[in-house]
Write a protein that binds this ligand. Sequence first.
Ligand code: UT7
Length: 334
Amino acid sequence: MDYKNSATRKAAITGVGGFVPEDKLTNADLEKMVDTNDEWIVSRTGIKERRILKDPSKGTSFMAIKAAENLIQKKQVDPVSIDMLIVATITPDMPVAATAAYVASEIGATNAFAYDLQAACSGFLYAMSTASAMISSGRYQKVMVIGADKMSSIVNYSDRSTCIIFGDGAGAALFEATQNDFGWEDEYLRSDGSGRMFLNIKAGGSLYPTSEETFKNGLHNLYQDGKSVFKYAVSEMANATEEILKRNNIDSEKLDYLVLHQANKRILDAISRRINLPEEKIMKNIEYYGNTTAATLPLLLFDYESKLKPGDKLIFAAFGGGFTWGAAYLTWAY
Ligand code: UT7
């Protein structure tokens, strides 16, 4: 289907919100937990610290609610007017009972239907595509998209190759029909299930139900073959970005910001070299948040919101477990 011609009206982001927990996990803290050091972590990943939701009684919904409330307050949104709410996450509060339904109830979005979307680090990108389609079809007026992950709940803090990367956080964006013709312009989304062996949590689903055995073998934690994921992440995010640049006639001069999933600073550098984009056009938060999975893209928007102006050209790109990946082009509406 021709995505562009199917749209009857364009969807725009009309507000963003964000939340990160106060507690920091620094490289010095990690040095006390695993055999690593600040120099290795900074030079191999670009990360100096991450935020961690320490309170064991709080799950991903706590951060998602905070991010949504931040947006609602800033933009004076009446929560009752929200039609639909998606939470992109791989760390739902519970395996069953959508975190999104709980978030919607807690923020007073009593007219919304809500569900979770699981596409790992590409979750927010995919959810934005859904929100945009729901608005441009004319079916709904206001769709809130939240990306939230409590990565500290699934990371194995004795595995030095994964625990150094991840952090916790949440970000939210509101989609509505555009008032000024700026908004969702194009998308290129893909997946490849043969990649699931490289990045997964094996147990707790229908293939390996929870058992003493799965606990003993540590199959409930996040597993990552970092080197392989790195290779695919660079090539597929760069390919998807180039495709979007080409078919929308945008060059690195015309592009205002590349909003890239933040898994490793070396991935950002490799992509900026490949598409010949100056470093300052790549939004960054990896140094102080680490990889926050589905929260990364909305937290970038939250951090850079004050720098953005109507008409700015943004290209999003993400890559994550599944494998899932893609890129999207959006013009900023406010
Ligand atoms: O967001 C979802 C998608 N995820 C990603 O895109 C992650 C992509 N992958 C990465 O960011 C990187 O692969 C990592 C940061 C995870 C690992 O970096 P790397 O440069 O690929 O390291 P490596 O796994 O190839 O390991 C190189 C060496 C090994 O030692 P030997 O075997 O050469 O002696 C590791 O044991 O570095 C060692 N190493 C460490 N040393 C100190 C691995 N982790 C650490 C550590 N501190 N934390």
